[in-house]
Design a protein around this ligand. Structure first.
Ligand SMILES: *Cc1c(COP(=O)(O)O)cnc(C)c1O
Length: 379
């Protein structure tokens, strides 16, 4: 139960076992087009243009910035954790001028704070990490995007740890770019960068005086290819990751069959239940309160007297968790991923394993109390 790469549904694993198909095989073209259409559906992005490109989530960030940022472009990065620093660095690499709007660790800047920052120093692009996987903080994406749009900025959303699990409405909320990687809430193996771009974002790319310095990251190179897939025609720019596209399609079929609203509600319920169980064990979280807490992962502080050896003790009980990631607090907390194929049984198993491991390490707690609080919260 780590926050990516996540465990795959058996159907997704089975899709990976197919023979490699040619990238111009009609059945592959059909599948790639289907995956693009479903990606759009999952992001609520029927007015947007979809991309699926071989690479990780970081490439998806780069695919957004390389096209929207030119030397001197002002970018405001809404910082809720370590992935904001990464975004700022990518902006810098492409010659842009990033400013970070920060909040204390475990909190997020508010839409009012964003509006004031943009008034003081306008920006052409605002980036928002929907869920920062280093802190477990979920930003108020809808409110922040509204403030950014009102100031005339393009909105880029890092949804690597939220797309297909948290509520996200690209068209309705005016998000210009939604980007993600395949291995988190999308439920596929690592290796694909995905992105959906609004007409305004595509127009900003067309209006550039110079093409992006990276050929591979240039939307203009990929758009004819994605268009060909959508129109069921063969095409080539760079070899698609054929096996990964098959696996992603299988996962997207499951996401769209479940329905994105029900899927978001399932994640919310399990996250609430898990955190109620852990709170009953006496644990505290990095996000300041439940409204700032992601439904895809939980960032949990080690209690007094307990150190990262807890993760080994939990693993002995059959559950794999992740350590800290935010450099300033790395050794003080751990992370539990609960996205994609996660079930009630999984959150019960992790609550039970943590309770028993804490007690074995001498921390006073009642594992049974954790489980009953969890059961009660699940209703
Ligand atoms: C994981 C993650 C990334 C980076 O994705 P990679 O696939 O590891 O390159 C970026 N942003 C967020 C919010 C993430 O969770």
């Amino acid at each position: 139960m780590i926050p990516g790469p996540i465990e795959l549904e058996p159907r997704v694993t089975a899709a990976l076992a197919q023979k490699t198909r040619s990238h111009v095989d009609p059945s592959f073209i059909e599948d790639h087009g289907d995956a693009l259409r479903r990606l759009r559906e999952v992001a609520g992005a029927s007015a947007c243009f979809p991309f699926i490109v071989p690479g990780s989530g970081t490439l998806a960030m780069e695919l957004a910035i390389a096209n929207l940022v030119e030397p001197g472009t002002r970018v405001l990065v809404v910082h809720t954790g370590w992935f904001g620093d990464r975004m700022a660095e990518i902006v810098r690499r492409h010659g842009g001028a990033p400013t970070q709007l920060r909040a204390p660790i475990g909190e997020a800047p508010t839409p009012d704070e964003l509006a004031r920052a943009l008034e003081k120093e306008p920006a052409a692009v605002v980036t928002i990490t929907h869920v920062d996987t280093s802190t477990g903080v979920r930003a108020d994406l809808e409110g922040l995007a509204r403030a950014a749009k009102r100031a005339g900025a393009l909105v880029v959303v890092d949804a690597v740890c939220s797309l297909a699990a948290e509520r996200l409405e690209q068209d309705a909320w005016g998000l210009d770019v939604v980007l993600a990687g395949s291995q988190k809430a999308l439920g596929a193996p690592p290796g694909l960068a995905v992105l959906t771009a609004s007409e305004a974002a595509l127009a900003a790319r067309r209006a550039r005086a110079h093409a992006p310095a990276s050929l591979y990251a240039d939307w203009a190179e990929w758009m004819p290819i994605m268009t060909a897939y959508l129109e069921k025609k063969p095409s080539y720019f760079a070899t698609p990751a054929t096996g990964l596209v098959s696996a992603l399609l299988e996962s997207l079929r499951m996401v769209t069959a479940e329905g994105r609203e029900l899927r978001a509600a399932r994640h919310a319920r399990l996250a609430r239940g898990l955190r109620a169980g852990l709170a009953a064990l006496g644990l505290h979280f990095i996000p300041r309160d439940e409204t700032l807490s992601a439904n895809t992962l939980s960032a949990v502080s080690y209690p007094q007297g307990i150190d990262p050896s807890l993760l080994g003790a939990v693993k002995e009980r059959g559950v794999v968790l992740a350590g800290g990631l935010h450099p300033e607090i790395k050794a003080r907390y751990f992370r539990i991923g609960h996205m994609g194929a996660v079930s009630e049984g999984d959150v019960v198993a992790v609550t039970s394993a943590i309770g028993q491991a804490l007690r074995a390490l001498g921390h006073p707690c009642d594992p049974g109390a954790g489980l009953s609080a969890l059961a009660q919260a699940l209703g």
